[in-house]
Design a protein around this ligand. Structure first.
Ligand SMILES: Nc1ncnc2c1ncn2[C@@H]1O[C@H](COP(=O)(O)OP(=O)(O)OP(=O)(O)O)[C@@H](O)[C@H]1O
Ligand SMILES: [Mg+2]
Length: 423
């Protein structure tokens, strides 16, 4: 079969890697892809938000399955456009992708269906939000309703900070229309864990847990980023917690979406906080995480095409998801200065060191072909992933592999997976 992947980051590279292992796939395409994906797929420069163009191209190559990676096109309704063109698509329709696209929607859904999450209020007028703050407990969390490139959440320690935040989001529209509504939420404490799942509209199957590292600097310092590294599975996500989440969070979420007439097909990424009162939902994402996909997919034993087709066909109940009994760690190699100011265009050396090495992967995030070489082309450049029998071994292997790559201004965190030492 012919498969088209929509997207062009490390997540899509990890998906492309998994898809390329399927014996069912004859030809793999990606729009727009990147320099790494180009080693596995024919990449064509079509932007992910040009839905009609993507649909035309998918028809032209006779795609039997289209897989959509990123949040923006999903929230914007790319799946509906592709399905209307007669294509089979892995990913939620617009009315289901709202689970990520609107935090107000997701909070109201959780409240209605008794899914554990932080207490909250939704506001559509800044004046009301500001008034509410006067009697709110600190710290307090502000969340722009819509997609804001992972920057729309503010944790405010003082009333002053919170008031400024409300004004920036709702009045100055720092995140555009994403700030038309605002969720103000109770501050929770605990360990964070991400759980990726597949859904077919009624059935949900759990992949594996992972933990992300959002801050730019060692010891969780510095600015928030798209993710500086991750490990899987999380040793803190025990069998007992998993049982609780399946019963009280995962199943109720899929059933709630179906009951609302918004059956969810695709990946639901549950961002959880393990609080003293039990696991609570921090957020939903309607797609694979990046870089969570880079540590979860290499450990999956199933043919990803079988699983994705079952999600599309509503037959996921028949699939037994299987993961290797090992661990993986991904260290992001970034450009110095990310997420603020950084240079692009530096030649990358050493990519060939990963060729044919079992259990070692280099997933491209921000790279570009230039002449005969590949150069840096973004803040996050490469995700170096390694597997190991244990998390510690995977971590050692991943850090060893970071040394195989060199480019000017290479920057990475040195403490990815350090948390496992506390487990
Ligand atoms: N109620 C809360 N209490 C404490 N911390 C929180 C709370 N809500 C969010 N956070 C922190 O802020 C981070 C980002 O929040 P959230 O996941 O809702 O935002 P997002 O922008 O959708 O993130 P992503 O880019 O991962 O999708 C969380 O990972 C968590 O560390
Ligand atoms: Mg999110």
């Amino acid at each position: 079969m012919n498969v088209l992947i929509v997207g062009g980051g490390g997540r899509e590279h990890a998906i492309a890697y998994a898809v390329s292992k399927s014996p069912k796939v004859d030809k793999l395409y990606c729009v727009p892809g990147n320099a790494g994906i180009a080693g596995l797929a024919e990449c064509v420069d079509i932007k992910v938000m040009e839905f009609e163009e993507v649909a035309r191209f998918a028809k032209k190559i006779k795609a039997d399955l289209v897989i959509v990676g990123p949040d923006d096109p999903l929230a914007g309704g790319i799946v509906d456009v592709l399905e209307k063109a007669g294509l089979r698509v892995f990913g939620p329709a617009k009315n289901a992708a709202i689970l990520e696209g609107s935090k107000a929607f997701s909070k109201d859904l959780m409240k209605k269906y008794n899914i554990p999450t932080a207490q909250y209020e939704v506001f559509d007028k800044a004046a009301d939000a500001l008034k509410y703050l006067d009697s709110a407990k600190l710290p307090i969390v502000l969340k722009a309703d819509g997609l804001a490139l992972g920057k729309g959440v503010l944790i405010c320690n003082t009333l002053e900070e919170a008031r400024t935040g409300v004004k920036e989001i709702m009045l100055d529209k720092k995140f555009g229309t994403a700030g038309n509504k605002l969720v103000i939420e109770e501050y929770m404490t605990g360990r964070e864990v991400s759980v990726l799942t597949f859904c077919d509209g009624k059935t949900i199957k759990v992949m594996s847990s992972a933990q992300d590292h959002k801050r730019a600097g060692d010891g969780d310092t510095g600015l928030n980023t798209g993710g500086m590294g991750t490990f899987s599975p999380s040793p803190f996500y025990t069998k007992k917690i998993d049982d609780y989440c399946r019963k009280n969070i995962f199943k109720p979420t899929v059933e709630a979406m179906a009951a609302e007439g918004r059956p969810f097909k695709g990946v639901i990424f549950f961002g959880l906080m393990l609080t003293e009162d039990g696991p609570k939902v921090l957020e939903y994402n309607a797609r694979f995480g990046d870089p969570e996909a880079q540590v979860v997919l290499p450990r999956m034993k199933n043919d990803i095409i079988d699983v994705m087709e079952a999600c599309v066909d509503g037959t996921l109940g028949k699939i037994k998801l299987e993961f290797e009994d090992n661990a993986a760690v991904c260290v992001m190699l970034a450009s110095k200065g990310y997420p603020e100011k950084y240079e692009r265009g530096y030649l990358i050396d050493g990519l060939e060191n990963f060729d044919g090495k079992d259990g070692y992967y280099v997933f491209h995030s921000g790279t570009k072909k230039k002449g005969k070489g590949i150069v840096t082309n973004g803040g996050r450049v490469l995700g170096v992933t390694a597997k190991g029998a244990t998390l510690r071994e995977a971590r050692e292997n991943a850090y060893k592999a970071t040394e195989w790559i060199s480019f000017d201004n290479k920057y990475f965190r040195h403490d990815i997976g350090k948390a496992i030492d506390e487990a």
